[in-house]
Design a protein around this ligand. Structure first.
Ligand SMILES: O=C(O)CCC(=O)N[C@@H](CCC(=O)O)C(=O)O
Ligand SMILES: [Zn+2]
Length: 357
């Protein structure tokens, strides 16, 4: 039975009404649906579902790590609501995370710190500290939330015996338009093979385009892959628009495939054949070094655009960044980042034949 305070089954609305923490008098935080699914609310925006019988996959679905990336928030909110209303019977354990509720309320990517730059301990909070005792003055809400998300993901994966299949799909949208509307960032695997099953699954989500990272990162997906051995991805779903203004039909295959994944419904996948995909390696990252950093092309230029060799891409005080290689394309250009953070990635097509399993 749903508790009275969640009787509308609108977990997103409840989260946004309590953006920083759960009300202290809330009871119960653990309840069971009539179909036997155990529901636990661990924190604001964090809900863990365990069906009575479940398969071998432990699945984390996250959204709203950037507050203005709303299509993913709508996808996850609809899935959670359908689970709570028993319109969707789970066949796997699932943890949903709505990453940054205050930023979602503000319609902003971040309030103080970009959460997707402070995982894998980059938040600076050691494991033995009580996060609740840390104030905003000392460490921002967003860094504290990163530390908490790490704890929740660890708790979720470690609550069951080892040896099960772990996945984490961190749903985002890009700031600007993209020549490939939907694409995935595959975190650096330190030489491990890229997963053919995951390529096929994400192709079923209508995501045939991948950026293969070549270095460690402080993103959520890299954290899950590296720390927990999860199949983890950042999924980029279209261009950021205000909540309620997304054309959700463009993401129907993502929503339907995720729904099937967590409920054990059939998913039609094709065996991995590299030529069915657009694969890019992230060839270099351009980091903002000074406040003078500026991009030298129009905001209308889309992700994956290839500019002619020698084109001036960005200036940073006396440094000039130009297109260095034929086929290089721009990804995630953003001058409005903190000093030291990446302001653009450069990618080029790559083949990974023989490096998949
Ligand atoms: O469009 C943009 O500039 C950013 C979209 C976005 O938030 N992308 C993620 C990618 C994370 C990764 O590299 O796995 C980010 O920048 O955090
Ligand atoms: Zn994002």
């Amino acid at each position: 039975m749903l508790p009275a305070w969640l009787s509308s089954a609108d977990f997103l609305a409840f989260t946004l009404a309590n953006p920083e923490q759960l009300p202290s008098d809330l009871q119960p935080l653990t309840f069971q649906l009539k179909n036997g699914t155990d529901c636990q609310i661990w924190d604001t925006g964090i809900i863990c579902f365990t069906p009575q019988t479940y398969g071998n996959n432990d699945i984390v679905l996250s959204c709203g790590v950037h507050g203005n990336e709303t299509a993913p928030i709508e996808i996850c909110a609809a899935l959670v609501q359908d689970i709570l209303l028993e319109r969707l019977q789970l066949s796997e354990r699932v943890l949903f995370l709505f990453g940054n509720p205050p930023a979602i309320n503000a319609g902003k990517r971040e309030l103080i710190d970009n959460m997707n730059r402070f995982f894998s301990g980059a938040h600076g909070i050691s494991n033995d500290r009580d996060i609740d005792a840390i104030t905003d003055v000392e460490i921002s809400f967003e860094k504290r939330r990163c530390a908490r998300l790490e704890q929740y993901v660890s708790r979720f994966y470690q609550a069951v015996p080892a040896g099960r299949e772990r996945c984490l799909y961190d749903l985002h949208t890009a700031i600007r338009g993209s020549q490939f509307e939907k694409f995935a960032v595959y975190p650096f695997l330190h030489g491990k093979p890229w997963s053919e099953a995951q390529f096929s699954l994400l192709a079923a989500c209508d995501i045939p385009c991948f950026l293969l990272m070549q270095t460690p990162a402080t993103t959520f997906s890299y954290y899950a892959a590296q720390t927990h051995g999860a199949h983890a991805f950042t999924l980029e779903l279209g261009k950021a628009r205000p909540l309620g203004e997304n054309d959700m039909s463009r993401f129907a295959k993502v929503a339907d495939t995720l729904r099937a994944l967590i409920s054990g419904a059939d998913i039609t996948t094709k065996p991995f054949v590299e030529t069915d995909f657009q694969l890019f390696e992230v060839y270099r990252a351009i980091n903002k070094q000074t406040e003078a950093f500026e991009l030298c092309f129009a905001t209308s230029i889309e992700n994956f655009t290839q500019l002619p060799l020698g084109t001036l891409l960005a200036k940073d005080a006396d440094i000039e960044y130009r297109v260095e290689q034929p086929g290089e394309a721009i990804i995630f250009p953003n001058a409005n980042v903190a000093l030291g953070q990446r302001a653009m990635l450069m990618v080029k097509p790559v083949s990974i034949i023989g490096q998949t399993a």
